[in-house]
Design a protein around this ligand. Structure first.
Ligand code: FAD
Ligand code: NDP
Length: 655
């Protein structure tokens, strides 16, 4: 409550009361959904006990014949840069290295990926309705450099995949990739001053897998954040007798259609079930609703669904307003950031002008340059969360009101409303999802926060009722990126051993995240990570990755200049501790997620359990991020790089 001039408490305003009521409602919803099993309620598809689930993790799109026709990579091959991951991140690292003149030879770069081709997320995900949720003009990497004009404001997954291929062609990456290959370990060898990277290359049905050890002077872990599809441990799920698959490995044989053409004729006359209502389901459900005889959407927690505003790119607007001058994409991205980090200046032009730019509350997750650091006292933290609630309430109320406006049946509308602040889940945008629930063949099965109870050969069971189904689609998401406090090794499913055989995971477990700028860690020379912990994030992931790749490549460039050629680059422990302190100072800002409904942002609720051990608390704080938004983070990195001294990084010439 507000204080009067003489210190007495004034009566709370109507707005305060409303926000208080809202917070009470949100808290009750969290309690309803909290599950003590946390992350253990799911199993990674590729680790599942059931062979059926493990098979679901395989790559449906790989062309083994074409890949087997390529000259095989020889065991023991040596590269200057081994890049783990051939998604947009891995590709951006490769492009920046090439552009910096650091990788001009034929064996300077090798990108390794478990997938059958470039694209990462956009390789694996090909479900109907897939498109980027950040405007493509800002999201798609290297638009200025490729000169490509996206066809729509939010282009399809297929167009995003084609763009990956365009980048690979322009920078001649096709012969620098090793696909169908799982990286298992990366081991630093002090004697050779190289990384040994152990991989298994799959060669397809009837062919022998190949175990290889590749050597790299530098290793870059660009293995993505949402790469491991998981499935809830719903009893008897594997006994379902009809087709069953995860959205990240769509089965067009079961549904009909192709990734380019969502005419899902295979669903005609069929009863289709979808488990999950996250950002994926929001995009896929309208397409399924069009073709299925009956569609059952099994919901645990609804998504807040805001407007999309999809449209074709207008060539005139592109020329005159969007790609209007050199450097336009960076300018557009920076402009977008001011909205999502609650830092809009008066009179400023809103270049992107989409739904994202109407949710300043997202700054709870991204930080904001407008506010001082939050002091770590209960009062100041409560004040911070109160301010965020207030900032977010108009938007989250508008999202709920929109649900009422669109969904005709009031009972269904009520169940589709999201009762948590905007920042607790990826915001979603659609002009078709809520509308689909007005179709007579679309049925919402709301589980009241509990989830599906069990499965049978015929369908799914919720609250004692069986829903018979012919096809079942798992839209149940991915292993949380913050697993293991954001350890790049654990997230990637590999073992990384640095100097003296020290395990990277062990380091994270014993002392918490330890990096300089989220980019590299002491004891792990010449190893760089795509940004996760201890860096800064944008809602536009490609921007985050672009900033991270530019920073790492600058460091390598400056170090090699300093060393007069090949370098060994190692962050000092003093520098990483100083950086950890910077991050810990900012940790109270992220108390904002403590009010969130469980999901991958809260490690399925595990982040809500506050440890009592001060060491564990400190580790949690170290796994945080910069809280003044990515724009000031970029400024901090640029300032760091300006003198070329690489303060806090030891650089020696490779002998
Ligand atoms: P990825 O694209 O995930 O690529 C990482 C690659 O590493 C994968 O191909 C994986 O196979 C490989 N890999 C990982 N571990 C290993 C290993 N041990 N061995 C071998 N290979 C390995 N973000 C946005 O900003 N806007 C969006 O609209 C958006 N839409 C998305 C839609 C979906 C369905 C998903 C899942 C994510 C979306 N994201 C979006 C987030 C998206 O992941 C990023 O935007 C971006 O594409 C990530 O690129 P990346 O290269 O870092 O990771
Ligand atoms: P999510 O993790 O967001 O969603 C999984 C869904 O499965 C949730 O609705 C979850 O409910 C539900 N679920 C989990 N367990 C059960 C259960 N036992 N019973 C019933 N329901 C269950 O995964 P998505 O694939 O939807 O999205 C992951 C991320 O990928 C997004 O947040 C976004 O970052 C990115 N993405 C972006 C897209 C874009 O717009 N371009 C499109 C798709 C994804 P609950 O919420 O209660 O846990």
């Amino acid at each position: 409550s507000a204080e009067t001039a003489n210190g007495a408490n004034a009566a709370p305003s109507a707005e305060d009361l409303k926000v208080y009521e809202l917070s009470q409602k949100y808290t009750a919803e969290v309690a309803k959904r909290f599950r003590p099993e946390g992350l253990d309620q799911f199993v990674r598809l590729k680790d599942a006990g059931s062979e059926r689930f493990r098979a679901l993790a395989e790559d449906p799109w790989v062309d083994h014949v074409a890949l087997n026709a390529k000259p095989p990579v020889k065991d023991g091959s040596k590269y200057k840069f081994v890049i783990l991951g051939a998604g947009y991140a891995g590709m951006m690292y490769a492009v920046r290295l090439i552009e910096a003149g650091l990788a001009s030879g034929p064996d300077d770069i090798r990108l390794i990926d478990a997938s059958g081709g470039f694209g990462g997320t956009w390789w694996w995900n090909r479900y109907p309705g897939l498109h980027c949720d950040i405007e493509s003009y800002s999201y798609m990497p290297l638009l200025e450099e490729t000169g490509y004009i996206p066809t729509k404001k939010y282009v399809s997954g297929s167009e995003l995949l084609e763009h990956a291929d365009r980048i690979a062609t322009q920078w001649k990456l096709h012969d620098k990739a090793l696909f169908r290959t799982n990286v298992k370990t990366a081991r630093w060898d002090d004697a050779t001053q190289l990384w040994n990277v152990e991989v298994t290359e799959g060669r397809g049905p009837g062919e022998q897998n190949r175990d290889l050890t590749l050597q790299g002077q530098y290793v870059i872990i660009a293995s993505g954040v949402l790469t491991n599809p998981h499935v809830p441990k719903i009893p008897e799920l594997e006994t379902f007798s009809g087709p069953l698959f995860h959205t990240a490995r769509w089965d067009y044989k079961a549904t009909g259609g192709t990734p380019q053409d969502a005419t899902l004729t295979g669903l005609e006359g069929k009863r289709v079930g979808v488990i999950g209502t996250g950002a994926t389901a929001i995009q896929a459900v309208p397409r399924l609703a069009k073709y299925a005889k009956e569609l059952y959407v099994f919901q645990r927690t609804p998504s807040g669904v805001w407007w999309r505003g999809q449209r074709e790119t207008d060539p005139e607007e592109w020329k005159t307003k969007i790609a209007r001058k050199k450097g336009w994409q960076r300018e557009r991205r920076l402009n977008f950031e001011t909205y999502v980090t609650d830092n809009v200046q008066e009179g400023q032009e809103n270049m992107v002008a989409d739904g994202w730019t109407e949710m300043p509350g997202f700054s709870a997750l991204l930080g904001s340059p407008r506010y001082p650091l939050v002091e770590p006292t209960p009062e100041k933290i409560a004040e911070h969360i109160g301010r965020l609630y207030k900032l977010d309430a108009p938007h989250s109320e508008a999202v709920r009101a929109r649900t009422d406006e669109i969904v005709k049946d009031p009972e269904t509308a009520a169940k589709l409303k999201a009762w948590y602040p905007t920042w607790c889940k990826r915001a979603t945008f659609s002009d078709e999802y809520l509308q689909a629930f007005n179709q007579p063949n679309v049925h919402l099965v709301d589980t009241d926060g509990k989830g599906v109870d069990s499965a049978t050969a015929n369908g799914l069971v919720v609250a004692g009722k069986e829903y018979p189904l012919d096809i079942l689609i798992l839209s149940t998401g991915y292993v949380t990126p913050s697993i293991g406090g954001g350890s790049p090794a654990m997230r990637t499913g590999i073992d990384v051993y640095g100097r003296g055989g020290r395990s990277l995971d062990e380091k994270w477990k014993s002392q918490g995240a330890s990096t300089l700028h989220g980019a590299s860690s002491n004891g792990f020379p010449n190893l760089f990570f795509a940004p996760l912990s201890q860096s800064s994030h944008s809602a536009n992931n490609v921007f985050t990755l672009d900033v991270g790749s530019q920073h790492a490549v600058h460091i390598i460039e400056q170090a090699e200049a300093k060393a007069g050629g090949s370098a060994i680059i190692e962050v000092t422990s003093e520098a990483e501790e100083a950086w950890a302190l910077e991050i810990m100072k900012r940790a109270p800002w992220f108390a904002s997620v403590m009010v969130c409904t469980p999901g991958y942002i809260t490690a399925e609720g595990e982040a809500l359990k506050q440890p009592e051990d001060p060491m564990e608390m400190a580790k949690n704080a170290r796994a945080g991020n910069w809280t003044q938004g990515i724009v000031t983070f970029i400024e901090a990195l640029e300032e760091y790089r300006a003198d070329g001294q690489l303060k806090g990084i030891d650089v020696v010439a490779r002998t």
